[in-house]
Design a binder for this molecule. Structure first.
Ligand SMILES: C[S@@+](CC[C@H](N)C(=O)[O-])C[C@H]1O[C@@H](n2cnc3c(N)ncnc32)[C@H](O)[C@@H]1O
Length: 364
């Protein structure tokens, strides 16, 4: 995610599963439209030590809430607390709500707020006694791109699929294949990346209703995103799966995402995978075998993956699974492993690097 924020032109700090950056209001529009692996974009109003409810109240009240919230703002307060003295989340939420109301009262000189206007979801997050106060600019999580209308069993979140592709450093010149594609999230996200389509282009965001963000900034950001789309490119993306029903979902989602022409879908068991292409990428998320009766099926599939992928000696393979015996069953040690969470499930992202493709011969 930090790499994505840097690509938008901002310097980043990374800590505690968050990427923080300083930017003007236009970044609210650009970050929401462009970030592929972020869950949401928050405005950080303040960060301070809070060891007592008094401290939490006073320091929250002192923050410039009325700079952001109009008089009719709807401002629910969410909360979380980890390893902190103030561990009662409902109490922290109530204190913060009261402090924000007091802060708004002194600016707007009124006693009661109807909260009938745009939504400003506030979060108080306590970590080791440090309180971070934020306002959510995104609304529904950024994985909701707007193309997935139907659900299937165990779909991958769009944000995680995009992160897997970005971590693989796949280049749009190369073929990308997901032989266990399910509802198609990986090939669809690859098409969006390859064509440089901003993932949020088809949706709205909470901050779209905020008076502080001028409509002009949204228009400019959407125009920038529209201008950058590379419709001229022809990508080589393929999704296959044994299940015809999930493939019809994949086709539907690809049409919704506007990338149907870029991906070929095919019903086929993994065992029948073959390709003459070289230097391609397989990126996939096989079943993990969570239930006892499924484990053997998953383990057999991992062995089959080892056999089927072996002849593809110029290809790179990237596999996300929660099964710790994957490398043994696959028959090869990963060149790199990385812990990633699929929802609450702790997984490893196994990365097997293929050789570099030869550079094309250039003649003067
Ligand atoms: C965890 S799901 C993949 C989810 C997918 N990434 C998505 O976003 O929807 C695993 C998929 O593997 C497929 N599958 C299982 N065994 C298979 C096999 N032997 N050959 C091909 N596909 C298989 C299932 O039909 C299922 O769609």
């Amino acid at each position: 995610m930090a790499r994505e924020v840097q690509a938008l032109g901002y310097d980043t700090d990374v800590a505690n599963a968050r990427v923080t950056f300083k930017a003007g209001l236009e970044a609210i529009c650009r970050a929401n439209l462009w970030l592929r692996s972020a869950d949401r974009v928050l405005v950080k109003l303040g960060e301070f030590t809070a060891l007592s409810f008094d401290e939490l109240f006073e320091r929250t009240k002192a923050l410039p809430w009325a700079d952001w919230l109009p008089v009719n703002a709807n401002f629910p307060v969410e909360g979380k607390s980890i390893k902190s003295k103030l561990f009662s989340v409902p109490d922290c939420q109530a204190i913060v709500k009261k402090a924000v109301v007091e802060s708004l009262k002194s600016r707007y000189h009124c006693q009661w707020f109807e909260e009938t206007g745009p939504r400003f979801t506030i979060e108080v997050a306590l970590l080791k006694d440090i309180a971070t106060l934020t306002i959510d600019t995104s609304g529904p999580g950024l994985h909701k791109r707007g193309y997935r209308k139907l659900s299937s069993a165990a779909p991958l979140k769009e944000t995680l699929a995009a992160a897997m592709i970005n971590l693989s450093r796949w280049h749009p010149e190369r073929m990308l294949l997901d032989p266990l594609c399910g509802s198609g999230t990986i090939p669809i996200e690859a098409a969006l990346i390859g064509l440089c389509i901003a993932p949020g282009i088809h949706r709205e965001f909470a901050a779209g209703q905020w008076p502080i963000v001028p409509e002009r900034l949204w228009q400019e950001a959407r125009q920038e995103a529209g201008n950058l789309i590379r419709r001229d490119l022809k990508l080589q993306l393929r999704g296959t799966d044994i299940d015809a029903e999930v493939l019809s979902l994949a086709r539907y989602h690809a049409r919704q995402a506007g990338v149907a022409e870029q991906i070929s879908w095919q019903q086929a068991p993994l065992a029948e995978l073959h390709t003459k292409q070289k230097y391609g990428y397989i990126i996939c998320n096989p079943p993990y075998g969570e239930r006892m009766e499924d484990i053997q099926v998953a383990e057999h599939l991992y062995q089959e993956m080892g056999q089927v992928f072996r002849p593809l000696d110029t290809w790179s393979f990237y596999v996300l699974t929660a099964h710790h015996g994957f490398e043994k069953l696959f028959g090869r040690r990963a060149d790199k492993k990385r812990k990633l969470y699929n929802g609450r499930i702790e997984c490893n992202y196994y990365q097997f690097f293929g050789p570099h493709a030869p550079r094309p011969n250039l003649e003067a």
